[in-house]
Design a protein around this ligand. Structure first.
Ligand code: PEP
Length: 254
């Protein structure tokens, strides 16, 4: 059984004080959650202060990005180890906004995956097709390239520290969610890719999150799908009530 994981990507929102107060509210409201893993990813400058707030709570801290070098002449960048030092246990890698706005390639993303895993931190590897790619029936090809490209030379034993997030680009921040069936189809395909690269056991153990306008009113249906193990939440993760309701999604059959 895969433990559900709900992760909140705060993106470029909330200053340090606002991040602290959002984190405090979540720590209080989610104190008794043990059946679901919870991650929040504030802006870099708030990480260390938020780390002190979530310390000892049910919430883990993630960074939204990293650079795949430990130290050196890389102005403006942060290594996984430095982010670990600031209190992070995980890093979001390959978010579509970084692929699209910062031109990140699968090769570069693969370097970050290695650097993060080598620092013994958890990777949340984001993949997903654009609307144009879906309409051109290139979705499976794109997902294959992103999964295979992101996982080049990642050994099976490190896969236990890697979570995939399927985020169709056309559903991110648009209010359009993939239907339960569309999401399940993509997740099942991704699990099949991981099985092909590794083994049925590795694929079965790997958590695959859905991301793209996840809200309190659609989370239950998404989470009822066989291959959806959690959510990567953008906009709704900035609202205490919405994020808490998403974390406390209703399990199918209850
Ligand atoms: C995201 O940023 O990963 C995301 C899914 O955003 P939203 O929930 O706002 O669509």
């Amino acid at each position: 059984m895969r433990k559900p994981l709900i992760a909140g990507n705060w993106k470029l929102n909330k200053n340090i004080t606002e991040s602290e107060s959002l984190a405090r509210a979540l720590v209080t409201d989610l104190a008794d959650i043990t059946e679901t893993d919870i991650i929040i990813a504030p802006i870099f400058t708030a990480l260390n202060r938020v780390a002190a707030i979530v310390d000892g709570s049910s919430i883990q801290l993630a960074a939204q990005n990293c650079y795949p070098q430990e130290t050196g002449a890389f102005t403006g960048e942060l290594s996984p180890t430095m982010l670990k030092d600031a209190g992070c246990g995980a890093i979001i890698i390959g978010h579509s906004e970084r692929r699209q706005l910062m031109g990140e390639t699968n090769e570069f993303i693969n370097l970050k995956v290695h650097a993060t895993l080598n620092s013994e931190m958890q990777v949340i590897l984001c993949v997903g097709e654009t609307l144009e790619e879906r309409e051109n029936e290139e979705m499976l090809e794109i997902l294959t390239a992103q999964i295979k490209g992101g996982l080049v030379n990642v050994p099976a034993e490190k896969m236990q520290n890697l979570v995939v997030a399927y985020e169709p680009v056309w559903a991110i921040g648009t209010g359009k969610t993939a239907s339960n069936e569309q999401a399940q189809e993509a997740h099942s395909f991704i699990r099949g890719l991981i099985q092909g690269l590794y083994s049925p056991e590795t694929a079965e153990a790997c958590r695959i999150l859905y991301g793209g306008s996840v809200k309190p009113d659609n989370v239950d249906g998404l989470m009822a799908q066989a291959d959806i193990d959690g959510a990567l939440v953008g906009g709704a993760s900035l609202k205490v009530e919405d994020f808490c309701r998403i974390v406390k999604f209703e399990k199918a059959g209850h």
